[in-house]
Write a protein that binds this ligand. Structure first.
Ligand SMILES: [Zn+2]
Length: 346
C-alpha cells in the first residue's frame, strides 16, 4: 500500500509491553512520539460510528466509568494512520458495504487485524485508566502476569497492521462469521469483549463476527463441527449460544502461543513469523464443566432472561437452541418464551 520503497527500518518490530510504554504520547503501532489529541485514531472507525450512530452512545469501562464511543481513541502517528490504519478500515468498510458475503470474502489476516485493532484499542484504554493514580480498578489487568503475557503475545501478530508479516503456516486467532436471521433480530450493532481471554465480538447488521484473538486457531479447530452446522441464518438466541461456546472455550484455553520472527536479511520485504505452543507441559484446554458453561450461557442469554434452572434442567446437557434433543441442528425462527422445551423449532 505504500508508495515508498520499504527500508530495513520498516521491518523493525515494536514492543510496547517492554517497559509498559502506553500513553497518548506514543504511537500504539510504532512507538513514534505523538501529539494528542491530533495524532490519534478512533477505536471504532468513523465509518462504523456513522453507520450505526455510535458517536455519543455510552460504553462502560472496567473501572465503571462511562465514555462515549467517539471518546475512545488511541495514539497513532500520521504515518501509521494514513498508511496502515485508514487503508485497513477502507478495505473493511468496502467489504461491509456488501454485507455478509463481502465480509466472508475478506482475507483472514485483514479480519484479524481489524478486530484486533478494536480489541487492542479497548485494552489500551483500560490500561491507561489503570495507570491513572486516581483510579482504583476492580480487576487490575497490569498486575496479572499471565494476562500480561497473553496481551504481549497477541500484540506480536497484530503488528502486521504496520509491518508486512507473513504468518508461517498458522492463523493467530479463531474467527467466526455468523449470519443472524432477521425475523427476531432487532440489534443493528452490538459489541462485547472479554479482555482477560482476548475474546471479542461485533455485530454489523446481520453479520456477527466473533473471535478469540490469541489461540492460533485452536478454538476454531475444536469448534469446527459446530461452526459448520451454524452456517445458516440463526436466531439471535442461537448466535448468543455460539458466542457462549466461543467465550467459554477461550476461558478454558490454557496455553499462550510464543511467536518468533526470522532474522531479516537485506532486501527482505516482509518478516516471517513462526509460532510455537508448548502443549507438552500444559493441557491445551482446562476440563469442560457444564456448570461453568451454563454461567456463560446465562450471561449471553441475559436479554431473553432464561433462568439458570432452565439452562441446567438436564445437568448432563445444558439447554441448547443450536441443537435439538437428538443432537441435530435446530431450525428456529421464533423463540417461544414460555416453552423451554422449544425443541421443534418453527
Ligand atoms: Zn506509528
Amino acid at each position: 500500500m505504500s508508495e515508498y520503497p520499504l527500508s530495513a527500518a520498516d521491518l523493525t518490530l515494536y514492543d510496547p509491553f517492554d517497559g509498559m510504554r502506553f500513553s497518548m504520547h506514543q504511537c500504539f503501532l510504532c512507538g513514534a512520539p505523538t501529539t494528542p489529541p491530533t495524532d490519534s485514531v478512533p477505536v471504532f472507525a468513523e465509518w462504523l460510528m456513522e453507520r450505526y450512530n455510535l458517536a455519543v452512545r455510552p460504553i462502560k469501562l472496567l473501572d465503571m466509568s462511562i465514555v462515549n464511543y467517539q471518546d475512545l481513541r488511541i495514539a497513532c502517528c500520521p504515518r501509521c494512520r494514513t498508511q496502515h490504519v485508514e487503508p485497513l478500515e477502507a478495505r473493511v468498510e468496502e467489504a461491509a458495504n456488501e454485507g455478509i458475503s463481502g465480509l466472508r470474502r475478506l482475507d483472514e489476516q485483514s479480519l484479524f487485524l481489524w478486530l484486533g485493532k478494536m480489541f487492542y484499542g479497548i485494552l489500551i484504554t483500560e490500561l491507561l485508566n489503570e495507570l491513572d493514580p486516581l483510579a482504583k480498578p476492580q480487576y487490575p489487568l497490569a498486575e496479572n502476569a499471565q494476562m500480561l503475557r497473553r496481551f504481549q503475545a497477541f500484540f506480536q501478530p497484530l503488528q502486521a497492521l504496520r509491518v508486512p508479516i507473513e504468518y508461517d503456516d498458522f492463523v493467530p486467532g479463531s474467527i467466526f462469521i455468523l449470519e443472524a436471521d432477521p425475523t427476531e433480530d432487532h440489534m443493528a450493532f452490538e459489541y462485547d469483549d472479554d479482555l482477560s481471554t482476548i475474546a471479542f465480538s461485533i455485530k454489523l447488521d446481520n453479520t456477527v463476527l466473533m473471535a478469540c484473538l490469541v489461540d492460533n486457531g485452536i478454538i476454531a479447530q475444536a469448534m469446527r463441527r459446530v461452526y459448520q452446522d451454524a452456517h445458516r441464518p440463526l436466531h439471535p438466541v442461537q448466535v448468543a449460544e455460539f458466542k457462549a461456546r466461543v467465550y467459554y472455550a477461550a476461558y478454558l484455553l490454557n496455553v499462550i502461543p510464543d511467536y518468533f520472527t526470522r532474522p531479516v536479511k537485506p532486501g527482505d520485504t516482509e518478516v516471517v513469523m513462526d509460532t510455537f505452543i508448548d502443549d507438552i507441559t500444559a493441557t491445551v484446554f482446562n476440563p469442560w464443566e457444564n456448570s461453568g458453561y451454563a454461567q456463560s450461557l446465562l450471561e449471553m442469554w441475559k436479554r431473553w432472561q432464561i433462568p439458570l434452572e432452565e439452562i441446567m434442567r438436564d445437568p448432563e446437557q445444558p439447554l441448547s437452541y443450536l441443537y435439538d434433543a437428538d443432537g441435530q441442528p435446530q431450525v428456529m425462527k421464533h423463540l417461544a418464551k414460555e416453552d423451554g422445551e422449544n425443541k421443534e423449532g418453527k
